[in-house]
Write a new protein. Structure first.
Length: 720
């Protein structure tokens, strides 16, 4: 579009970006060695939603009310799911659109497996452009390389990880680049185009991943500060409102985030700073030169105090809505204890110090250098110059990002992005300063070569050390559906079970399982489920936990209320190199439903002491009195101390229970549920890991020996 002189260093820039993309894609693709499958849980639903668009069209998608998930009988309100109102719409729309454009003859399932790795790898180009705005081309290249290997970002965007984060980060950083590039542009038409497009794409980011709400925090802080660091106030008077209006208008079009976000705390996080910037600019225009800063700060403090008070009052009067609990929990980690469902999800945990160091490693060192160099006046006055407003944005972006990442494991990506920006700018400034130094009156390489070697070594260390837990090795693990989320080797137990359900149960069957496996059952078995990984309703999850921890008779009655046809249970263990009376011995408890009992009890308000010893070993009443205990087809025969070799016939602290197979609900007995399928790991007598996926069918002819108390039934039927 313009005259462009292609130079040799442009080839170097392109080469580095290709290297960053290729490196990122190779690291993200390691899981394909175990099997070409979608990874984790949510990607299966996202595949199903994308498939619905491809097969039925966009309009039908926005009208889709899914009746195969979150099932409830007609007498209990709340059955089913409004997909477009409860989903990452732009993830499904973008994937369906790109598949139709570029999919060719590739199967949609395979396309969605590749999608996150490609989008995540392409983001190295976006962050190159973004950081280039702050610190120049060299800083941008450093950023692209750091982004390509950053562990938190890689773990949230591997091959098969068809979830929200890769596309949300792609759109978010692209929208941020366009916004910041727009407010730096000297051409008014280009500025308007970039700002509007930035607002639109930023709304796409929020509709792709709700976690991008936290990107609003640095933008809002930046807008607060802009009137103090930018002299061109006339430009700010229209550019900032233009971005805010465009972004919020686009957000209101989507059902999610929708108007509740626009008129909630998220929207106010931009509206209030925008109003302040306009008022501050007018106040500064009317103030004397000496009083500009003072008056602006007074207005800032007043708006923060008054705004906070009004937000509090509006929330108390239910005039505005706060973000959902999981987002509030990311700002205040102490809230976790108030919601056992949130606490039961591992990715909602607060990362330990050693985890944060593993995730960020040398970036912590480089980012500290970056902050120091950015704030050093001596460096800023040299030819390496970072504009004041860009320095302010870097700090506004970095500090909240590190804080949020240090609280919420899933949001470590924000800490990583913040550290990448700081590290890249710091290294770029330091590199240019080192390469300017002259030794003995001439430019020598005595300092430059060791400097490059040290930086290279520091960059490489987290990629190769420690041997089994470096940044590359940690991302090399099988898709979850091949392990069930355990540390066991990859296997086909879940795939075989889901295929059996699809081929051997009626199409209108209702399947009950813990919510972890809901998406797998709905997508691969094509059966209706009560709960899934969307965790849309605490009450429905409490119903399932209540069934599992009730007596078999009560559980049968409650299951009948929910029209349940089949139950799916996952039990993990290891077979031992020993036998008892010809029967194989087993040790249980390494990631299946048998280790989730504590969460079950917490969710329905039961004291863990009722069924568990302090060392989390089962009590006999759990195995003998609850449905889940009966569904686990094992019985302890001895308690063994592996350290001393001692044994006990009853529980002792530090002793491991040793089990034998004991199916309590056979298909040929008069029991409330009958075992109709066990995965090959359970039915074979092979030594080693045990991954037992069990399918039980409800016995419709069963006659309970006792009636379920009416108060339990009434509470069970309460709406969501």
């Amino acid at each position: 579009m313009r005259n462009f002189n292609f130079k040799l260093y442009h080839i170097l820039v392109i080469g580095v970006l290709i290297l960053a993309f290729s490196t990122s894609f190779l690291i993200r693709s390691q899981q394909a060695d175990y099997g070409f499958e979608l990874n984790e849980f949510d990607p299966f639903f996202n595949f199903r939603a994308t498939e619905y668009i491809v097969e039925n069209g966009y309009f039908e998608y926005f009208e889709w009310y899914d009746e195969k998930s979150w099932y409830l009988p007609s007498e209990i309100p709340g059955s089913g799911r409004d997909i477009s109102a409860t989903s990452q719409v732009m993830l499904h729309v973008t994937a369906a659109t790109t598949y139709q454009l570029f999919g060719g003859n590739l199967d949609l399932y395979d396309f969605t497996i590749l999608f996150p790795a490609i989008i995540g790898s392409l983001t190295v180009i976006i962050i190159f452009g973004l950081v280039r705005l702050f610190g120049g081309t060299l800083a941008g290249l450093f950023a692209s390389l750091f982004f390509a290997v950053s562990l938190p970002i890689i773990l949230r965007g591997t091959i098969g990880w068809f979830k929200s984060e890769p596309l949300g980060i792609f759109y978010g950083l692209l929208g941020l680049y366009l916004f910041l590039s727009g407010i730096q542009s000297k051409n008014k038409k280009i500025a308007i185009s970039k700002i509007i497009l930035g607002g639109i794409i930023m709304s796409f980011a929020l509709s792709s991943w709700g976690g991008m709400q936290f990107l609003i925090i640095p933008i809002g802080l930046f807008i607060f500060v802009l009137p103090f660091v930018r002299k061109n106030h006339n430009f700010l008077l229209w550019s900032i409102p233009l971005f805010t209006i465009t972004f919020l208008l686009m957000c209101s079009i989507f059902e999610r985030p929708g108007l509740s976000f626009v008129f909630g705390l998220g929207g106010l996080s931009l509206i209030i700073p925008t109003i302040f910037s306009i008022i501050c600019i007018f106040i500064q225009k009317l103030s004397g030169e000496k009083n500009k800063l003072r008056n602006g700060l007074i207005i800032l403090i007043a708006i923060i105090l008054v705004g906070s008070f009004l937000v509090f009052i509006a929330n108390e009067l239910e005039l505005i809505s706060l973000p959902t609990f999981r987002y509030l929990n990311a700002l205040n980690p102490f809230l976790t204890s108030f919601n056992p469902l949130i606490a039961s999800v591992s990715e909602h945990a607060t990362p330990a110090i050693e985890q944060s160091f593993t995730l960020h490693s040398t970036l912590m060192l480089f980012s500290g250098l970056g902050i120091w160099l950015i704030l050093t006046r001596k460096i800023s006055k040299n030819e390496i110059y970072i504009k004041n407003d860009m320095k302010v944005f870097v700090l506004c972006m970095s500090l909240p990002g590190v804080y949020i990442g240090s609280i919420f494991m899933r949001l470590e990506v924000f800490a990583s992005i913040s550290l990448i920006i700081l590290s890249s700018i710091g290294l770029a400034i330091l590199t240019k300063e080192i390469f300017k130094i002259e030794l003995f009156g001439n430019k020598k390489y005595l300092l430059k070569i060791p400097f490059v070697a040290i930086i290279f070594i520091l960059f490489i260390i987290p990629l190769v050390y420690p041997v089994d837990s470096n940044w590359i090795a940690v991302a090399d693990y099988p898709p979850v559906i091949l392990t069930g989320g355990t540390l066991h080797p990859a296997n086909n137990n879940w795939l075989e079970t889901l295929e059996w359900i699809k081929m051997n149960t009626p199409e209108n069957s209702i399947v009950l399982s813990w919510w972890d496996y809901g998406y797998w059952i709905t997508v691969l078995s094509e059966r209706t489920t009560l709960t899934d990984n969307a965790t849309l309703g605490d009450k429905q999850i409490q119903r399932v936990a209540t069934i599992f921890l009730s007596s078999p008779d009560d559980a049968w009655t409650l299951s009948r209320i929910l029209d349940v046809d089949y139950l799916v249970v996952f039990v993990i263990g290891d077979s031992l190199m020993a036998e008892h009376e010809g029967k194989t011995l087993y040790a249980l408890g390494s990631g299946g439903d048998e280790t989730k009992i504590h969460a079950f009890m917490k969710i329905i308000g039961l004291n863990p002491d009722k069924y568990l010893y302090p060392d989390n070993t089962f009590k006999n009443n759990f195995l003998n009195e609850t449905l889940l205990g009966k569904l686990i087809p094992f019985t302890p025969i001895v308690y063994h101390n592996f350290a001393t070799g001692d044994q006990s016939s009853s529980h002792k602290s530090g002793y491991t229970p040793i089990f034998i197979k004991d199916i309590k609900f056979n298909s040929d007995t008069n029991t409330p549920f009958n075992l109709v399928y066990g995965s090959s790991s359970f039915t074979s007598d092979n030594r080693g890991p045990l991954d037992a996926v069990l399918v039980y069918k409800i016995n419709e002819n069963y006659k309970p020996s006792s009636e379920t108390p009416q108060e339990i039934i009434d509470d069970f039927k309460l709406p969501n």
